[in-house]
Ligand binder design. Structure first.
Ligand SMILES: *[C@@H]1O[C@H](CO)[C@@H](O)[C@H](O)[C@H]1NC(C)=O
Ligand SMILES: *[C@@H]1O[C@H](CO)[C@@H](O)[C@H](O)[C@H]1NC(C)=O
Ligand SMILES: *[C@@H]1O[C@H](CO)[C@@H](O)[C@H](O)[C@H]1NC(C)=O
Length: 425
């Protein structure tokens, strides 16, 4: 008798939980025009002596209507607040520069609580706000979705990543870049900020300078950018403050490693000492689910692109597969990404792969400045990459690594599709 009474209660409780989850992750099934629509804010990477951090608005809305308006605000779009900028969308998807400069936010002002950073955007129809978004941080997106992501390995999660993650330079004021910076700097916020914004895949290249005070640097090619110690500290700060899983992928050794493996042994010793207590042992393997990783209490995976070394240590893992197109045009980038995403359909590799979603200039492109700086190239491709991963490859995407991550919408796209992919919406 008692048991029978409990059973229905248990089931109705399950149904409530299910409903809450469905509503939270899928949105109510209203069948309205806005269900798959998107509007978002990005920060342009373009910088000159007069301009920096221009706010741009991008949208994707198949059922937009003439008369719809998109408006930008400096706070929650409530009835009293006047927008600082408005535009009328004239196509189902697009991007518009606003001419407005976003306030500089130092990393020290970012918190470990999800927050909107001043700017909000709204889609209005008939003077009614139908959809909103904001420039935001996502310090806990992964652990917040434990219920839907926990049973997956990293290779089945859509992970926002950065290319050459530590090749950053932070400008407060507008400035012009020199020739080297134009082709070396790939990010405009530091690694800690990238992680707080939502990036979970870091692409790291190392330089070894044995005859200087600071021996280990993060490089981009032959250029040393930031001491490795600074990057390691940023990653540890993030791991201390969150329950997120981070891939720290050592992908290249452009300076000071030479042919023999001795320097690698020194470097692994350095990593083991610095990341003691943080890294997950390789014996767990790439097939481990997020839940398994969380249960271990270790949330850092160190990838290492030198097989002979990986075999010798329990601390470092086979690196993520970088999928480069070496392409110079946006059409070729589309073809490259289309090919790798289509090919991935039939595969079930447990090692994650990273779609490298950027153009690669050749030497003459650089000398003749044919494709523009890395900033210009990111500005040209990042919204297309975002839209493609929102509408074509959302079901296969694994890691997608971009330059100047705030000028893409790849973080919100990844979060949104991780939900839809895994809650049958
Ligand atoms: C890239 O995006 C822009 C803006 O939405 C669009 O006009 C252009 O056609 C896209 N290019 C490609 C190759 O998809
Ligand atoms: C950053 O924090 C400082 C100190 O709390 C504050 O004065 C400043 O206004 C903040 N800047 C931004 C852009 O939020
Ligand atoms: C918008 O307002 C007009 C005039 O009040 C009305 O005729 C129309 O049906 C409204 N459209 C929607 C989608 O509510």
């Amino acid at each position: 008798m008692k048991l029978l009474a409990i059973v229905p209660t248990f089931f109705s409780w399950l149904m409530i939980v299910d409903c809450v989850l469905t509503t939270r992750f899928c949105g109510p099934e209203t069948g309205d025009d806005f269900q798959r629509a998107h509007v978002g804010l990005i920060i342009s990477p373009i910088m000159s002596s007069r301009k920096i951090r221009e706010i741009e608005i991008y949208w994707n809305h198949a059922r937009y209507r003439p008369g719809d308006t998109i408006a930008l605000y400096t706070g929650e779009p409530t009835s009293g607040l006047e927008p600082i900028y408005t535009l009328i969308p004239n196509a189902p998807s697009g991007i518009k520069r606003t001419g407005l400069q976003a306030t500089f936010v130092p990393t020290s002002n970012l918190t470990f609580v999800q927050q909107c950073l001043q700017y909000h955007v709204a889609w209005l129809r008939n003077d009614t706000v139908r959809m909103t978004n904001c420039l935001q941080t996502q310090p806990h997106w992964m652990s917040e979705r434990r219920a839907i992501l926990g049973s997956l390995p990293m290779s089945r999660v859509f992970l926002p990543g950065t290319h050459d993650s530590a090749s950053y330079e932070i400008y407060v004021e507008a400035n012009s870049e020199n020739f080297v910076e134009r082709y070396v700097i790939t990010q405009d916020v530091d690694v800690l900020a990238q992680l707080i914004y939502g990036v979970r895949y870091l692409d790291i290249r190392v330089g070894h300078y044995p005859h200087t005070n600071i021996v280990w640097w993060v490089n981009h090619g032959i250029f040393s950018i930031v001491p490795m110690q600074a990057i390691i500290n940023q990653v540890k700060t993030f791991l201390d403050k969150t329950n997120e899983i981070v891939i720290f992928d050592i992908q290249e050794f452009p300076v000071g490693f030479g042919k023999n493996l001795a320097v690698h042994h020194d470097f692994v010793a350095f990593l083991e000492e610095q990341f003691a207590g943080y890294y997950l042992p390789k014996s767990y393997g790439w097939a481990s689910t997020l839940n398994t990783i969380w249960s271990s209490g270790k949330k850092l995976i160190i990838g290492y692109d030198e097989r002979r070394i990986v075999n010798r240590y329990e601390s470092i893992w086979p690196c993520v597969t970088h999928q480069w197109g070496n392409v110079r045009t946006i059409e070729d980038l589309f073809n490259h990404l289309n090919r790798i995403e289509t090919e991935s359909l039939g595969q079930s590799k447990s090692i994650p792969r990273s779609a490298m979603a950027e153009l690669t200039p050749n030497t003459w492109d650089i000398i003749l400045n044919r494709l523009g700086s890395i900033r210009q190239m990111a500005e040209n491709v990042n919204i297309n990459v975002t839209n493609w991963y929102n509408s074509k490859w959302q079901s296969t995407a694994n890691i997608v690594a971009v330059d100047f991550v705030r000028s893409s919408g790849i973080i919100e796209t990844a979060i949104e599709w991780n939900e839809r992919r895994n809650s049958h919406c």
